[in-house]
Design a binder for this molecule. Structure first.
Ligand code: LLP
Length: 415
């Protein structure tokens, strides 16, 4: 392979050497394409950055749980973080054992907990005293000891977009830090519960080290206090959150991120769990769309209407997120100003605002970059649009890993 990932080769975008235009011609658009080489490289970069310090990566399935992606991560040695019993089930079907799964989530229904408790997962990450009681009751009923971690809300500002910051007291996540200590101590005398870890996750797309460092320091301090009270944990779960570069600017490296975590936690001697999602899969995926209409917007600007929009990639509509967009084949000729919009009947369905691009024509393919995380996973059927096809390029070949939905697939649930 010349260069892995999505690069220009002879004026055309390729994924791990395979032209995106060839895949789109075979599968159609809208289409997600993932680079296996990028997934492997990004997973390994995080894993190797621990430099011998005991750790486990629990890939956050919510970022992208397409089955073949999950299977590839298992081959790489990853464990998983599941955010619903259905993600737990996907992980199990992909071959993960109970000890490879941590189960997080601010609202686990009784039905989900009743299924999860007997599995003996590595931990259920508990979000409230009430949830802990429900787990305890179930464990007693099954005659088991449930392995739990307490997710603590450290009241730390992640400095990320407010919609994806989770670590402040005003956010719905975790047990407030002032009541967490007593809750943990109480577990010592509750025979159906075993406290194996404490957990923080302060947000996603975090681009400065400070909040991640503070959260790790907070957890290390708490572990030291618990240890003094005779509560020895198995590991510390520091959550996910490492940001990626959507616009080409420099971001934290895997090495700097992990070094900071290890630095804050080393004195406890406890192994580290992290739950990376975006940093593994984000840059490993593009959404490929076709220009289906061009129309005048202003004297010097056009709308380019794509067959890919908020139903395939919700991030721009939901968070005003920026994704780099470029034509799959660079046309010779001038540039023009575009508003790249999706086909959905919502004014917020804009995938790229105010972009200067090589002149586009109807039928051209465009690639929307860094869409591997929270892209396909958040796609919807609004306007009865079928969920898009997904392709994985790996070991020099591409394969369809999720066929495009059909209207019959949709109606099958209603007949
Ligand atoms: N662990 C927990 C408990 C989480 O809630 C999350 C993400 C992660 C790990 C993984 O975080 P990551 O490494 O991917 O930052 N849809 C939003 C992101 C929502 C993140 C939710 N939690 C977006 O598209 O930006």
């Amino acid at each position: 392979m010349t260069r892995s990932g999505f690069v220009l080769s002879r004026a055309e975008l390729v994924c791990d050497d395979i032209p995106l235009s060839a895949i789109a011609a075979a599968v159609g658009t809208p289409l997600y394409v993932y680079s296996g080489a990028t997934i492997r490289a990004r997973y390994r970069a995080l894993d190797e950055a621990f430099d011998g310090y005991p750790h486990r990566l629990h890939y956050a399935l919510k970022a992208n749980s397409t089955f073949a992606v999950v299977q590839l991560l298992r081959q790489l040695g990853s464990a998983v973080d599941a955010n619903s019993i259905w993600e737990v089930e996907v992980a199990r079907q992909a071959g993960f054992g109970a000890a490879d799964v941590v189960f997080t989530g601010v609202g686990k229904s009784l039905h989900e907990l009743a299924q999860a408790v007997p599995l003996g997962l590595r931990a259920i990450n508990v979000e409230s005293p009430g949830e802990l009681e429900r787990i305890e009751t179930l464990a007693a009923r099954f005659g088991l000891v449930a392995r739990v971690a307490i997710r603590v809300n450290p009241d730390i500002d992640a400095g990320s977009h407010p919609h994806i910051s989770t670590g402040l007291r005003i956010n719905k996540f975790g047990v407030p830090k002032d009541i967490a200590r007593d809750l943990m101590t109480s577990i010592g005398s509750r025979p159906h519960l075993k406290l194996v870890a404490i957990h923080v996750h302060v947000g996603s797309q975090i681009t400065s080290l400070a909040p991640l460092r503070s959260a790790a320091a907070f957890l290390a301090q708490l572990a030291t206090e618990l240890d003094a009270r005779g509560l020895r944990l198995e590991y510390l779960d520091l959550g996910g959150g490492l940001g990626i570069s959507y616009d080409g600017a420099d971001v934290l490296s895997a090495r700097d991120y992990v070094a900071a975590l290890v630095d804050e936690v080393r004195s406890t001697g406890l192994p580290i769990v992290i739950e990376p999602g975006r940093s593994v899969i984000g840059p490993a995926g593009v959404l490929v769309g076709t220009v289906i209409d061009i129309k005048r917007r202003a004297e010097d600007s056009d709308f380019a209407v794509l067959d890919a929009g908020m139903t395939e990639l919700m991030r721009p509509a939901l968070y005003g997120a920026y994704h780099r967009i470029e034509p799959v084949k660079a046309a010779a000729g001038g540039t023009r100003h575009y508003e790249l919009v999706g086909p959905v009947c919502e004014s917020t369905d804009v995938v790229g605002r105010d972009r200067m691009l090589p002149t586009l024509s109807v039928g051209d393919l465009v690639a929307i970059h860094d869409a591997g995380a929270y892209g396909a996973a958040m796609a919807s059927n609004y306007n009865r649009r079928p969920l898009p096809a997904e392709v994985l390029v790996d070991n020099g070949q591409w394969r369809l890993i999720r066929r495009r939905q059909t209207v019959d697939d949709l109606l099958a649930l209603e007949r």
